[in-house]
Design a protein around this ligand. Sequence first.
Ligand code: SF4
Ligand code: SF4
Length: 302
Amino acid sequence: RDPEVKKPAWLRQRAAQGEKYARLRESIGELKLNTVCVEAQCPNIGECWNGGGGAGGEGDGIATATIMVLGDTCTRGCRFCAVKTSNKPPPPDPLEPLNTALAVASWGVDYVVLTSVDRDDLPDGGSSHFVQTVKALKELKPGILVECLTSDFRGDLEAVSSLANSGLDVYAHNIETVRSLQRIVRDPRAGYDQSLAVLKHAKSCREGMITKSSIMLGLGETDEEVRQTMMDLRAIGVDILTLGQYLQPTERHLTVREYVTPEKFQFWKEYGESVGFRYVASGPLVRSSYRAGELFVQNLVR
Ligand code: SF4
Ligand code: SF4
């Protein structure tokens, strides 16, 4: 077991406030929506739901939320992730795409991230379920921006194509860590080259496609490896990158090797933007969907 590394003060959670946050919090009560923001007690909920500008402040007003589809049970078991696992999760609810779209459209967020567990048990890995959700959502609320944060679909590029052509605005898939740590950190069915192939293919599916990925820091990677991963993502045209601190969810998960300082995260943000990412969100508490709507509009639309 690695020696305990003490948790620093900058990881302390902030209480969420703000008007838009309060409105969304109240109105979600009646909707059957499984948001990662609430379920995972995400520390960024104030910033994301208010549309930025700090935990209680005003940003661009583009509120972001992350919704889980395809159930709560994953067919993989990554060593950084606390999600329930099973080889045979219950089948997906065929009404979920429409019901999710109806609920999200009525709720009041401007940017939604649709994500899921990995569903290696389904012939298309769940791609068609995402496609139906995106289509229904865009029909019900044409102005909403939709990001899909998906699995690698076991490298099935047809599944990637159909999702990339569904009408989504951002195609996100996380590479999670540097090449040398893939086998330690991710389920053996995932892999560095497979993730790069998915992102590269998604980018090629449509003129102007926006792709996005994320790296966790603090797992024992070197600076040179982080730099190399960024270059590999840039080489296949990835537009947006997020970097956050790995936090150990339970005793059974990988231990944190290092708490990366806020200054170092800022360094990586500047470095990433200097090598061509359209924007980099980088900070100890940053998660893949952190202020996604607000940052998308600020950096890619204006
Ligand atoms: Fe929700 Fe993602 Fe923001 Fe967390 S970072 S509050 S999960 S949108
Ligand atoms: Fe968690 Fe995703 Fe890995 Fe499943 S594939 S264990 S949801 S990180």
